[in-house]
Structures are given as structure tokens and as C-alpha cells.
Design a protein around this ligand. Structure first.
Ligand code: SF4
Ligand code: SF4
Length: 333
């Protein structure tokens, strides 16, 4: 679908599209962005992560996170992201803490990290801790993956998935392996949303099984939000406003009850709190009533995870609410 270049001038502010502010529900998911270090530097990366980035958790913040994981039974899931979360300080300690506290653990892995020196044992480490692996694989064809993520990434991803399968991932019900699809970055005004999740999952399943004997549990389709490197790429092509307009034209109110920000607390490597990883990257922190940026120390001092009353939204939120919707758990509606 294409939009006219002038249409962006009429973009309806997101808070008017949703009509009433989104209220935060009790927090059940703690999503930790451990830092910006990554072995890859993908063109669509909303974190702008890469091998030259150095920002990561400190021992002090890691200790606060472990205390929070231990202290709050209401937390059901600990979701670790980055960068490549595995490369950043505190990763294994946080997985162990979440495992000992009997939380569901999600690691958002780029898979190629398994082939970096010092990380070869990750598949076994994941299996031992019953980690649910959520792995990026934007296509079942090598050319498309390498174009988006770098040369050789597809072959490494396939070998990594086969190793995970050998350990039982995607085959043993206790070892969940999900794949993530995101569309290519738009090059012109012909914009697209992800295809229907269930039919694309079927296509992935058939091709990966036939071509590589790979099994997985679910495919999650994620819309490209106009933030991070995606925003930069859109700006370079003078497409940012039009892409936002395209997303707004596809606004679907049925996605609102499933937004991940409703019950998620996102934390950055410095210990600051956000409604979600996207707000984190857009530098929209959660604030106290007097305007101070909230931190993990505030959670511990108040003995409460529920310090945020209202979710902060902006125009990138149209990315979560367009069409079938989009979240770290895939399509919503
Ligand atoms: S998209 Fe993921 S794998 Fe790629 S650079 Fe960003 S954090 Fe790394
Ligand atoms: S970007 Fe998405 S998840 Fe984050 S606050 Fe907006 S709607 Fe919620």
C-alpha cells in the first residue's frame, strides 16, 4: 500500500486515536535491556546495537535486578534483550536468578552469538535453565536474511537452530523455540505490514523442515517501528512521515487490550524504567509525579513494581497498533 507524500501533514496524534490514556496494569513481565553490545549491526536494529558499543549493565544494577526477581512473586516472566543480551554484563547471573525464582525466562538471541569465542556453550546453558529462545530469522531464504543482518548470518542461524533442535528445542515441550519475522525496511512509498502470522508460520515450517530439517514452536511477526536504525533509514529516504502515516491509516483499536506495555516494565542498563523497549530507545522514561526519572532503586524503596499509572505514548505506538498489531510476542489481534 502506498501513501501520498503530503499525507503525513495530517497525522492524528496517537493519544487522540486511542481516545483515552492507556492505564498500566499490574506488572507481570520484567524486560531487561542488558546493553548495546552485539556481534551484529543489523540495518533495522531499533537499539542501534553493534560490536563497537560498550554500554552494558553494571554489577550494582545487576544486583538490584536480582533482588527484584527474588522479591516479587507477581513477576511471571523475565525477558532478556539487548544488543545481544548474552554479550552484556550480568547475563548468566540474571538467567540463574530467574531460574531459581521459577520465573519463565525469555532470551532474545540472534543465534550467531553461538559462534563467537566464549559463547559456544550457550545452547546447553539455555536448555539447563529452560530458557525460551526467541530468535530473529527475518526470512527462510539466505539472501533476504543476509541482506538485512549481514553476510553469512543465515548459514550461522541455520546451524544454530539445528544445534538447538538436537538439544530438544522445538521438539521437547519444555524447550520452546520461537522465530521472529520482521519486514524489510521500506525503500520507497510502497509500505507493507507483516503478512498474516499463521500463514507465514506455516510457510516457515514447511521450508525450514524441507530444506534444513528444522523444527520450531511459533513464528512471531513484528512490525518495523519508526525508531532506531529503521528511523534513520526512513529519514535518509525521506520516508519517515509517510511511513508513520501508513501505520496510522492501519490503526486497529482491537490491538489495544493486547499491547505489551500494559503489564510490562522495561529497564535499561543504567537501571531506569520505561513502559517498553521502544519507549526506552525513544528516550521516553517513566517518571515520578514530580517529574524525576524512575529507577530500580525506586521499586526497591517502594517495595512495589507498580509505580507507573499511565503509559506514555507517541507516534511510534502506531507501529504496535497497525493491522494485526505487533509486540515482542508477535501479532496481537
Ligand atoms: S537487531 Fe538484534 S542482532 Fe541485530 S544488531 Fe540489533 S540487537 Fe544485534
Ligand atoms: S511503543 Fe508499543 S508497547 Fe511501547 S508504549 Fe507504545 S504502544 Fe505500548
Amino acid at each position: 500500500m502506498s501513501v501520498t507524500p503530503s499525507a503525513a501533514l495530517d497525522l492524528l496524534p496517537f493519544d487522540r486515536a486511542i481516545q483515552q490514556p492507556l492505564g498500566k496494569q499490574p506488572v507481570r513481565v520484567l524486560q531487561i535491556n542488558l546493553g548495546k553490545r552485539c556481534n551484529l549491526a543489523c540495518t533495522h536494529c531499533h537499539v542501534e546495537a553493534g560490536p563497537k558499543r560498550t554500554e552494558e549493565l553494571t554489577p550494582e544494577i545487576t544486583q538490584q535486578l536480582i533482588e527484584i526477581i527474588d522479591r516479587f512473586p507477581q513477576l511471571e516472566t523475565v525477558d532478556l534483550t539487548g544488543g545481544a543480551p548474552e554479550m552484556n554484563y550480568g547475563f548468566r547471573a540474571l538467567v540463574a536468578a530467574a531460574f531459581n525464582a521459577q520465573k519463565s525466562i525469555i532470551v532474545r538471541s540472534n543465534l550467531t552469538i553461538f559462534f563467537v569465542e566464549g559463547f559456544g556453550d550457550l545452547p546447553e546453558f539455555f536448555a539447563q535453565h529452560r530458557v525460551r529462545v526467541v530468535a530473529s530469522l527475518p526470512c527462510y531464504l539466505a539472501e533476504n536474511v543476509d541482506q538485512q543482518r549481514g553476510s553469512g548470518v543465515f548459514d550461522h542461524s541455520i546451524t544454530a537452530l539445528q544445534r538447538l533442535n538436537q538439544l530438544g528445542y522445538g521438539r521437547n515441550p519444555e524447550l520452546q523455540l520461537d522465530l521472529v519475522y520482521n519486514p524489510p525496511i521500506p525503500r520507497d512509498r510502497t509500505f507493507t505490514l507483516p503478512p498474516a502470522q499463521s500463514s507465514l508460520e506455516q510457510a516457515y515450517r514447511q521450508r525450514l523442515k524441507a530444506d534444513h530439517n528444522i523444527d520450531f514452536n511459533h513464528l512471531l511477526t513484528i512490525t518495523n517501528l519508526p525508531i532506531g536504525r529503521t528511523k534513520l533509514a526512513l529519514q535518509q529516504r525521506n520516508l519517515e512521515d509517510d511511513y508513520c502515516q501508513f501505520l496510522a491509516q492501519n490503526f486497529n483499536a482491537n490491538t489495544l487490550p493486547g499491547l505489551m506495555c500494559l503489564n510490562q516494565l522495561s529497564v535499561d542498563y543504567r537501571g531506569y524504567l520505561y513502559d517498553c523497549d521502544f519507549n526506552q530507545m525513544e528516550d521516553i522514561p517513566a517518571r515520578s509525579p514530580d517529574g524525576r526519572m524512575l529507577t530500580l532503586a525506586d521499586v526497591l524503596a517502594a517495595n512495589s513494581l507498580d509505580l507507573i499509572a499511565t503509559i506514555q505514548t507517541d507516534r511510534h505506538c502506531y507501529g504496535c497498533t497497525a493491522g494485526s498489531g505487533s509486540s515482542c510476542g508477535g501479532a496481537i489481534a
